[in-house]
Ligand binder design. Structure first.
Ligand SMILES: [Zn+2]
Ligand SMILES: [Zn+2]
Length: 195
């Protein structure tokens, strides 16, 4: 490879990683929380055993990356570098989502500052609503700003209080279950590291 080819290959890999976050957000919101909920629901429920049906999505994306690399190395440049970018994104997803947020490998670190804290909080907020249609924050590597997080926490609290409470706030005392939900949502805001 010439230096120029190395430069282009690296640029394509990095651009693909960035673009994949957009692809992941859109497919998480419209596919996984849409017609593909049959697989994704397992990720919004208690996991039994080491795997969940949602892992099939990782296999599908890995299959696409392998196919791109296969075609790319047989002459269809630059598909192999797009496939490599998808593979790198998958690796980062595995570390951040499966590892940092969901503890599927023994990582004890709870980030308290900066990007990793915001990333962690954002995905915990996604899981604070286990409803197919009312989800928030569908990304995996993009960390929203503190202001955006605060806004999403308000939205999550409103959803968890239920529609009656949104229209006629405090008209009647909250049901115990609603109160518990609201308290949990308050935890998200006040003790974000301990979700
Ligand atoms: Zn989801
Ligand atoms: Zn998750």
């Amino acid at each position: 490879m010439t230096l120029m080819q190395v430069f282009f290959a690296t640029a394509i890999v990095l651009l693909t990683v960035a673009a994949m976050e957009g692809v992941a957000w859109i497919s998480h919101k419209h596919l996984m929380h849409g017609v593909g909920w049959g697989w994704h629901a397992s990720h919004h429920a208690e996991r039994r055993g080491p795997f969940e049906k949602n892992d099939l999505y990782a296999i599908v994306f890995a299959g696409i990356a392998i196919a791109l690399i296969w075609f790319g190395t047989r002459g269809a440049w630059p598909l192999q570098w797009i496939g490599a970018g998808m593979t790198l994104y998958g690796l980062l997803y595995f570390v951040a989502h499966d590892g940092l947020v969901h503890r599927r490998w023994p990582l004890r670190w709870v980030p308290r500052h900066g990007y990793f804290k915001r990333l962690y909080q954002a995905h915990r907020l996604h899981h604070a609503i286990e409803d197919k249609d009312q989800g928030v924050l569908f990304g995996f590597l993009w960390a929203p700003s503190e202001a955006r997080l605060a806004e999403e926490i308000r939205r999550v609290r409103a959803v968890r209080r239920g529609p009656a409470d949104q229209s006629a706030r405090s008209a009647q005392p909250a049901q115990p279950a609603q109160a518990a939900h609201a308290a949990q949502a308050a935890d998200i805001a006040d003790q974000p590291g301990r979700l």
